[in-house]
Design a protein around this ligand. Structure first.
Ligand SMILES: Cc1cc2nc3c(=O)[nH]c(=O)nc-3n(C[C@H](O)[C@H](O)[C@H](O)COP(=O)(O)OP(=O)(O)OC[C@H]3O[C@@H](n4cnc5c(N)ncnc54)[C@H](O)[C@@H]3O)c2cc1C
Length: 217
């Protein structure tokens, strides 16, 4: 349990929304869509790109991106990438319909108006869906990418080939705003590569996770 989880757990319904898992859709062995519904979700003001900080069953807090939000019906969904055994990944692997889900949010994170390109990894699929963006995804899990990245809606580059990512971004960026998310070291590595291709560094940048760090947000 994290300190943040303890505080949020103690404040409970004063600050947290609570819903229940209505559906878990396995899109690939390590990617699932978790649909959450509940009266607490009604009337929320959600802007695409917002985040939710979910208090997990062990009271760790991890951040995910609502892909959509139906404030009338009280429903949202998350695309959860399962990367290992850490609390967020374990939740994605074990979450079942009927489970309670308590979270802070929606809260402001990244914003984009008009057509945009999301650059990231599997953790940015939800962001790309929320922003209805073209995606340039540097991935380690090709099954997850095949399940999410529709033809014409994005391109996939194997993890580690940042020059190829930068080439794809340079090709896709004309007339579109750039939004960078995902692995911290990739974001860092892209800076000189994009500069070398004449692509200005965007304002909307957020590391979603970093090697060796836990619950980065
Ligand atoms: C604003 C925001 C929005 C986000 N939205 C989403 C989303 O919609 N869907 C989603 O799946 N994730 C999303 N993330 C990323 C997610 O919060 C992190 O991946 C988080 O670390 C997962 O928690 P964990 O308990 O599984 O791992 P942690 O305990 O936080 O990390 C343990 C270790 O696992 C490794 N690690 C963490 N994440 C990954 C990964 N994705 N791939 C490989 N190794 C990893 C790191 O080395 C880390 O040290 C978002 C993060 C932020 C900040």
């Amino acid at each position: 349990m994290s300190a943040k989880g303890r505080v949020l757990g103690a404040l409970g319904r004063l600050v947290l929304r609570e819903g229940r898992v209505a559906q878990v859709i396995d899109l690939a062995p390590r990617l699932c869509r978790v649909v959450v519904t509940g009266d607490d979700l009604r009337g929320a003001v959600w802007v695409p790109g917002d985040k939710a900080q979910i208090v997990l069953p062990d009271r760790s807090v991890r951040t995910y991106t609502p892909c959509s939000w139906d404030a009338g019906a009280g429903a949202t969904s998350f695309l959860v990438f399962v990367h290992g055994d850490a609390p967020g990944a374990a939740w994605g692997r074990t979450v079942r319909p009927g489970d309670p889900v308590r979270f802070l949010g929606p809260q402001r994170s990244l914003r984009a108006e008009g057509p945009c390109v999301v650059v990231g990894d599997e953790t940015a699929f939800g962001l790309a869906e929320a922003l209805d963006a073209f995606g340039v995804f540097e991935v380690s899990d090709h099954a997850a990418a095949a399940a999410f990245v529709r033809e014409g809606r994005g391109v996939v580059v194997p993890r580690g080939d940042l020059s190829a990512v930068a080439d794809q971004v340079a090709a896709a960026a004309a007339g579109r705003a750039l939004v960078l998310a995902g692995r911290a070291s990739s974001i860092q590595g892209l800076r000189p590569l994009l500069a070398a291709r004449g692509v200005p560094w965007p304002k909307q940048v957020k590391a979603y996770w970093a090697d060796g760090k836990r619950g980065l947000d």
